[in-house]
Design a protein. Structure first.
Length: 82
């Protein structure tokens, strides 16, 4: 079985370029021009203010908080023991 594909990381600078392109044309055209999903363009436009405040080389908005941190910790502890 092949290893899972690595997820692509996008820097804030790239995201801002895509947003600018989407604002001057439309989301679909920007996604096509940059070879990414239109969903990324919509999400990045929604979070444009946050992306603007970040360092331009930072891979922004990639991780979310655990919904149930106690369960996550329990599972991690169990994995370390076994």
């Amino acid at each position: 079985m092949a290893p899972p594909a690595k997820r692509t990381e996008y820097e804030a600078r790239f995201k801002l370029k895509v947003i600018a392109c989407a604002n001057s044309t439309n989301n679909c055209a920007a996604a096509r021009d940059y070879g990414i999903s239109e969903k990324f363009v919509r999400d990045w436009k929604k979070n444009e203010d946050t992306i603007n405040k970040m360092a331009k080389k930072k891979c922004a908005l990639r991780h979310s908080k655990a919904q149930w941190p106690e369960i996550e910790e329990y599972v991690n502890e169990w994995n370390r023991e076994h």
